[in-house]
Design a protein. Sequence first.
Length: 161
Amino acid sequence: MALQTAKKHLAQFGAAERIQEFPTSSATVELAAQALGCAPCRIAKTLSFSLSDGVLLIVTAGDVRIDNAKFRTTFHIKARMLPAAEVERAVGHAVGGVCPFGVNPGVSVYLDESLRRFDTVFPACGSENSAIELTLSELEQFSGSLGWVDVCKKHENSAQS
């Protein structure tokens, strides 16, 4: 169902037909990179955080982790990931397919600066076996992003592949 929601959302931009579906799981950064034949850093993972008044999604490069101090400075709250059991209800997509497309009303989306080193990235599309290749400007537009943030630790071995 979430894949259909993401497809419907992406259809308004003429991009639904670009969704790739795989015969194997792409539910983790590593599995998605294998399915797509790309470096894990180019997977645009979507992380779900709990806020006092809602849910926050941050789309990051696949090879970085949240920096708690940067998160607190940016959002003025401690970084608390949503428990896996609550993600689907709160966001509209289950863990393994969380993406910034067709999310529940009131969910805020931000893009992390870690993505800026790539021309294109591969976010999931609502299921454990889907993705779409997007330019950064497409990701920004299609996700309805509220802006770019710098809330991740820099990865020492980040490669542009």
